[in-house]
Design a protein around this ligand. Structure first.
Ligand code: 4AD
Ligand code: MG
Length: 433
């Protein structure tokens, strides 16, 4: 019977078959220990010369790293083995032998990051990379479960879009048919506002694109964002849902991915410390705090990466900073009624230098004000006619936010750079493999 390595514990004493790749090999004279990985785990096999046909033993003994093979034998509990089990090899079939003349390029020795990134299609097989992507899988599943069980309907939004959402300077332009230009979506939000008016509470979850020529460790040109949008909701609802969502996802990662966090050498006490209530401060207070810590920030400018790191330096959980100057925020933010120079927007800044993981807030729902903002931001009204309709036909206060998957996963895994949180990252100088 074919099993996966993860299922080995349920088959102790049974003769089974495992199909995988050679991860590592130790060999002595009359015995060798091929370690096989199959994507679900790694198991050590014990191959004894006297128990196997001579030809098979010899070819196993000299098998090359990442050759594909199928092994058969009995599973035995072995406390000293990494996964807790070993297989006593009875037979094996080599599916493809990696030639000695052209060996698997990634060896246990140190490789530079460019080399590893050029070999990303193979690097994914390495343990740390494998674990980071398993954490990503958990994060995405937990996000979906959270929204699905809290009354949100998934309504995905288009990627080819006629207009900007987050500002015109960071758009990727695409040649569409008949000389038409479209842009790759920076955010699904504007469409989310339409779906929220149709369904009440919705979310979209897909890839978005940003063309700024940034080279920071938090920036990808293509990343995944989950964007909930709620009708009859305000800034406080955004804070509440964002906090609940983050706690839910961290809980699930701690529950189901401890082994992977261990492989990633993540200090899990840092994640366990993240509890409600998160810290809250206004932008004004954040600027004061930053100045007192030596930042050169002036009221009116956005927080840079170093400011975000500085502002959370003494905190063990995220901070929600709200009421940013309206001038640094996108056109759609509702102004504070008591102080129109600040926007009813909030950013969640993660601790440990992971930066902004959530951005969102309350939207303008009055037609006149929205028209004024489109003009101020020099956005073409024609492209937004449908969006303006939402302010004509049953307009209500509404709010939502976006959370970037890669930054969240980097935080969970304790990774220095977002490039390792997605299988094939896209960055300014990286479009291959
Ligand atoms: O703050 P942003 O730009 O917000 C929006 O796009 C809103 N329209 C979302 C909404 O309200 N529906 O992006 C939201 C989040 C950030 O907090 C960050 O986690 C992530 O998306 N993000 C990036 N992640 C990786 N690389 C980039 N270049 C990112 N830009 C934003
Ligand atoms: Mg933002």
């Amino acid at each position: 019977m074919r099993i996966t390595i993860a299922e080995a514990g349920k088959h102790v004493g049974e003769a089974v078959e495992i199909a995988g790749w050679l991860y590592n090999l130790r060999s002595g004279g009359k015995i060798c220990f091929p370690q096989v990985r199959d994507g679900s785990g790694i198991i050590q096999c014990v191959a004894v010369k006297s128990a196997l046909p001579e030809e098979l033993f010899e070819s196993l003994k000299h098998l090359t790293q990442e050759s594909s093979l199928i092994v058969r034998g009995k599973i035995r509990a072995e406390a000293r083995a990494a996964g807790g089990y070993e297989m006593d090899l009875e037979s094996a079939e080599i599916v493809q032998r990696v030639p000695e003349s052209d060996p698997y390029p990634i060896t246990p020795k140190e490789h530079g990051i460019d080399f590893l990134m050029d070999h990303r299609h193979l690097w994914l097989r390495s343990r740390r990379q494998h674990s980071a992507l398993l954490v990503r899988h958990e994060v995405i599943k937990a996000i979906r479960d959270y929204f699905d069980s809290h009354g949100f309907i998934l309504v995905d939004t288009p990627i080819f879009t006629p207009a900007a959402c987050e500002g015109t300077t960071t758009l990727f332009e695409v040649d569409y048919f008949e000389d038409e230009k479209v842009y790759l979506a920076q955010s699904g939000q504007l469409y989310g506002e339409a779906t929220a008016a149709a369904f009440g509470k919705t979310y979209c979850f897909g890839p978005v694109f940003r063309a700024e020529k940034s080279k920071t460790r938090r920036h990808l040109t293509e990343f995944w964002m989950v964007e909930p949008e709620m009708a009859y909701a305000d800034l406080e609802d955004v804070k509440h849902v964002g906090e609940e969502l983050i706690l839910h996802v961290i809980g699930r990662v701690l529950e189901n991915r401890r082994e992977d966090l261990k492989i990633l050498e993540r200090d899990v006490s840092k994640l366990e410390a993240v509890k409600a209530p998160f810290h809250r401060m206004t932008y004004d207070q954040a600027v004061e705090k930053l100045k007192s810590k030596g930042s050169e920030i002036q009221w009116g400018s956005d927080l840079g990466n170093t400011d975000e790191t500085l502002v959370t330096e003494d905190l063990d959980r995220p901070v929600m900073i709200d009421r940013y100057p309206a001038a640094v925020k996108a056109f759609y933010f509702a102004p504070a009624p008591d102080r129109p120079d600040v926007a009813l927007g909030v950013d969640f800044i993660a601790p440990e230098g992971y930066g902004e993981i959530i951005g969102g807030g309350q939207r303008i729902h009055e037609l006149d004000l929205l028209l004024k903002r489109l003009e101020e931001h020099k956005l073409p009204r024609e492209a937004f006619e449908w969006y303006l309709d939402l302010r004509k036909y049953g307009s209500v206060p509404h709010a939502g936010f976006g959370m970037g998957v890669e930054r969240f996963v980097a935080w969970m895994c304790g990774l220095e750079h977002v490039r390792e949180t997605t299988a094939f990252p896209r960055m300014i100088y990286r479009t291959k493999p």
